[in-house]
Ligand binder design. Structure first.
Ligand SMILES: [Zn+2]
Length: 661
C-alpha cells in the first residue's frame, strides 16, 4: 500500500523562537537566564543518568509496520514505552515532516490535555519503515497539583506585561495554558508571549496559574502555543491568492560583500565603512541581478514568494517601493540594503526549495520571509525572532553583508525545519547560521583555501575595528569556549570541513535534513548524529558518511559509527540478525543470530562508540546453514551505544545496539 503524506505542516502549534544575533548583547536586567545545555551534554550516548530516561537514541533500527507516520511512531513509542520511561497515551502529535530522509513525527507530552513546556518527543523513521533517531524530553516524574487555573489569562498577561513594563505596539501577544516543569514536579502556568516596541525583543514569561508568581522571564524563547483538542489540523500556511503580478526587476547589490567581490582588504582606500559613505570602489563592487518582485497598485514592491520586506522595527524607513522596476542604488542610500537583503533571502530560499527540493517556509505566517533591512533601533546587531529578521545599522550596515543576512536566515531555517525547536543552548543555532553563511558565500568561488577570508564569517561586517567576526576554522574540540556564539564555531567548523570533501549540495542536504530531526534541547553532538542519520537514510555512500564521522569526531562529538547501510542490505550468504532486545539491559541480554552458507572461521567482536574493542563474542568455526547464536551480556559495561561486527572469510556484517541501565 502506498500512502501520500502531506510534506509541509500537519500543524498544530504555532511556536515562536528568538535567537540573539551574531554579536553578544548585554543581558537585560529582566532576563533571568538563557537556556543552558542539558546536563547530559557530555554523555556519549545521550542518556540522562539521574533517572535512566533515554534522551537521545541513535541507530535504533527498529522495524515497524508500514503505515502513516504517526501510526508507525506510536507503534514504537507504545512497544518501547518502558525503555523510554514514558506514557505514550500522554503524547499528542503536533507535527509530521516527510522528506527523502523519511518521516519525523513530533509529539508533546500533556497532562490532562495541557501541554508540558519543552517536553517534546521526536521520532525519525527511515524510508524502510525503521525507527532510527529518537529524541525525548519527556518528564516522567511530573506531579502537577492542579489542572484548572484559578487565575484568568488576562490577569496573568497583566502580571507579565507589568513586570516587563511593555509599551508601544505588540507584534506578538499570546497567552496560553501550559505545564511548567519545576524541581518539585511542575506548575500549571500561563505562558505569556509578547513582542512589544519596548523592551526590545520577543519575551516569554511563565506565570503560576494559581499564585500569580512569575516563574520565569526570558528573552530567548522556545515554545509558543499549547495544543488544544479543538485545534484544527489544517496547514499553518494557507494558500495565498495572488492578485498582484510577479514581475522581473533589476537591482544592484553586494554579493556577498564588497571586499570578497573585489579582493580588497578592509581599510584599503575606498574600502572602509566611512559612516555608510559611497565611494567609487564601493560602487564598482556591486553586482547587477534580476529580481523577482511584485507589481501592485502601480508600484513595484520587494515582495515575492520567498521574501517580503516589512518595516516592523525601528528606525521606520518604509518599504522602498519603486515606480520603475529598478533598485539601482548605492550603499549610502537606504534602499540599497533593502534590495540586498531581499535578493539574498529570495535567492537562498529558492535554492533550498527549488534546487535542493527541500520544502521549508516560515510557519508563523503565510507570506515570504519577513525582514526589516533597517531595524534593531539602529544598533550594530541583527536578530531572528518569531519568524522575522531585522538588521541593524551600527558599524557596517549588517544588511550589506550576505554573511549576516544568511546567518539570520539560518536561525529562521532552524526554527522552521524543527517547527519551534531552535536549540541554541550550546551554540548549535549560531554554528548552523555561520555554516549556512559560509556555505553560501564560498559557493561563489571568489576565495581560495589559502586566503584567510576563506574561513571568515561576516567578511565585511566584522573582522574590522567594529568587531572581530567569527571563523570556520576554529581550533580545539567541543565544548570548549563560551556559548552560544564562540562555542557555535565548533559546529560550523566541522560542517565546513565536511563541505570541503562532499561539496555544497550534498553537505547542505544532509545538514538540513539532519537538523529537521532535532528538537529544542538538541546539542551539537546530537545534531551531528542526526546529520549522519539523515545521510544514512538518504543512502549517502560509505565514503561520504566516513568523512562525516571523521570530521565530527575530530571535533569531539563521539558519534556512533554508522552501520545501517550494511544492515539495509545484508548479504544473504552471510547474515547477522539485528540485536534483540535492543536496547538491552542487565536483566535482558541482547542476542543476534549469525548464519553462513559456507562453513568458515568467524570472529565476532563488540566495539564501543569510539571503535574500541570491548569483548570478543565468538572466535571460531561456524557451520554452514546453521544458526549461531551470539549473546551480549551487559556485565559491567557502561550504558551506551555499541557495535557488533562479525568478520568471516567470505563476508562481514555489523549491527548496532544500545545498553540502557
Ligand atoms: Zn545568531
Amino acid at each position: 500500500m502506498t500512502y501520500r503524506y502531506p510534506t509541509l505542516v500537519l500543524a498544530v502549534f504555532v511556536f515562536a523562537t528568538a535567537a540573539l544575533a551574531q554579536k553578544p548583547e548585554p543581558r537585560s536586567a529582566l532576563e533571568i537566564g538563557t537556556d543552558a545545555a542539558p546536563e547530559w551534554v557530555a554523555a556519549i550516548d545521550g542518556l540522562r543518568t539521574a533517572d535512566g530516561t533515554p534522551r537521545a537514541l541513535y541507530r535504533q533500527d527498529y522495524a515497524v509496520d508500514a503505515a502513516a507516520p504517526e501510526t508507525m511512531a506510536r507503534q514504537y513509542l507504545t512497544e518501547q514505552a518502558e525503555m523510554l520511561n514514558l506514557n505514550a497515551d500522554a503524547l499528542e502529535l503536533r507535527h509530521v515532516r516527510s522528506s527523502r530522509a523519511g518521516h519525523t513525527a513530533r509529539f508533546t507530552q500533556t497532562v490532562d490535555g495541557v501541554p508540558v513546556h519543552g517536553a517534546e518527543v521526536v521520532v525519525n523513521i527511515d524510508p524502510q519503515h525503521r525507527v532510527q533517531l529518537v529524541l525525548s524530553d519527556y518528564q516522567p516524574s511530573l506531579s502537577v497539583p492542579r489542572s484548572a487555573p484559578s487565575m484568568t489569562a488576562d490577569a496573568a498577561r497583566a502580571i507579565a506585561h507589568d513586570h516587563l513594563d511593555v509599551s508601544g505596539r505588540l507584534l506578538d501577544d499570546e497567552t496560553r495554558l501550559t505545564i511548567y516543569p519545576t524541581e518539585d514536579g511542575g506548575r500549571l502556568a500561563w505562558r505569556v508571549f509578547v513582542t512589544p516596541d519596548a523592551p526590545f525583543g520577543n519575551w516569554e514569561s511563565f506565570v503560576d496559574a494559581e499564585t500569580g508568581d512569575l516563574l520565569r522571564v526570558a528573552r530567548r524563547t522556545v515554545f509558543h502555543h499549547g495544543l488544544h483538542e479543538d485545534t484544527p489540523k489544517t496547514p499553518a500556511r494557507s494558500i495565498v491568492e495572488v492578485s498582484a503580478q510577479r514581475v522581473d526587476a533589476t537591482g544592484m547589490i553586494f554579493d556577498p560583500d564588497p571586499l570578497t567581490r573585489s579582493g580588497a582588504d578592509y581599510g584599503d582606500p575606498g574600502y572602509t565603512d566611512g559612516g555608510d559613505a559611497n565611494t567609487p570602489e564601493m560602487e564598482a563592487a556591486r553586482s547587477e541581478y534580476t529580481f523577482d518582485v511584485t507589481f501592485e497598485d502601480d508600484v513595484y514592491k520587494l515582495e515575492g514568494e520567498y521574501a517580503d520586506i516589512d518595516d516592523w522595527a525601528g528606525p521606520f524607513k518604509g518599504e522602498f517601493e519603486q515606480t520603475e522596476a529598478e533598485w539601482l542604488f548605492t550603499r549610502d542610500e537606504d534602499a540599497f540594503e533593502a534590495a540586498t537583503v531581499y535578493w539574498h533571502i529570495d535567492n537562498y530560499m529558492r535554492y533550498i526549495n527549488e534546487t535542493l527540493e527541500i520544502e521549508v517556509r516560515p510557519y508563523q505566517y503565510a507570506t515570504g520571509v519577513r525582514f526589516d533591512p533597517h531595524g534593531f533601533n539602529g544598533a550594530d546587531n541583527s536578530s531572528y525572532g518569531a519568524g522575522r529578521l531585522q538588521f541593524g545599522e551600527g558599524g557596517v550596515d549588517d544588511a550589506e553583508d550576505a554573511d549576516v543576512v544568511i546567518h539570520e536566515l539560518g536561525h529562521g531555517l532552524h526554527d522552521w525545519l524543527t517547527v519551534g525547536g531552535l536549540s541554541n543552548g550550546d551554540g548549535l543555532s549560531e554554528g548552523l547560521g555561520d555554516y549556512f553563511a559560509v556555505s553560501y558565500a564560498r559557493s561563489l568561488g571568489l576565495l581560495a583555501p589559502r586566503d584567510p577570508e576563506y574561513n571568515w564569517v561576516f567578511k565585511w561586517d566584522g573582522h574590522n575595528q567594529f568587531w572581530p567576526g567569527r571563523v570556520t576554522n576554529y581550533p580545539g574540540t567541543y565544548p570548549a569556549g563560551p556559548p552560544p556564539h564562540t562555542r557555535g564555531q565548533h559546529w560550523s567548523t566541522a560542517l565546513m570541513r565536511v563541505y570541503d570533501d562532499l561539496g555544497r549540495e550534498r553537505t547542505d542536504i544532509a545538514v538540513i535534513e539532519g537538523i529537521a530531526m532535532t528538537s529544542s534541547s538538541t546539542t551539537q553532538p546530537v545534531a551531528a548524529q542526526a546529520v549522519i542519520q539523515a545521510a544514512v537514510n538518504m543512502d549517502y555512500t560509505d565514503e561520504e558518511i566516513a568523512v562525516m564521522v571523521e570530521e565530527f569526531n575530530a571535533k569531539g562529538y563521539n558519534v556512533t559509527p554508522p552501520v545501517a547501510n550494511e544492515d539495509a542490505a545484508p548479504d544473504a550468504s552471510f547474515s547477522l540478525t539485528a540485536a534483540y532486545p535492543n536496547p538491552f539491559s542487565t536483566d535482558r541480554p541482547a542476542s543476534l543470530t549469525l548464519r553462513v552458507d559456507e562453513a568458515q572461521q568467524v570472529r565476532v567482536v563488540l566495539y564501543d562508540v569510539l571503535g574500541r574493542q570491548v569483548r570478543v563474542l565468538h572466535d571460531g568455526a561456524v557451520a554452514a546453514g546453521q544458526d549461531q547464536r551470539i549473546t551480549v551480556d551487559a556485565g559491567s559495561l557502561p550504558s551506551g551505544a555499541y557495535v557488533v561486527r562479525a568478520e568471516g572469510e567470505t563476508a562481514s556484517a555489523t549491527r548496532s545496539l544500545l545498553l540502557v541501565r
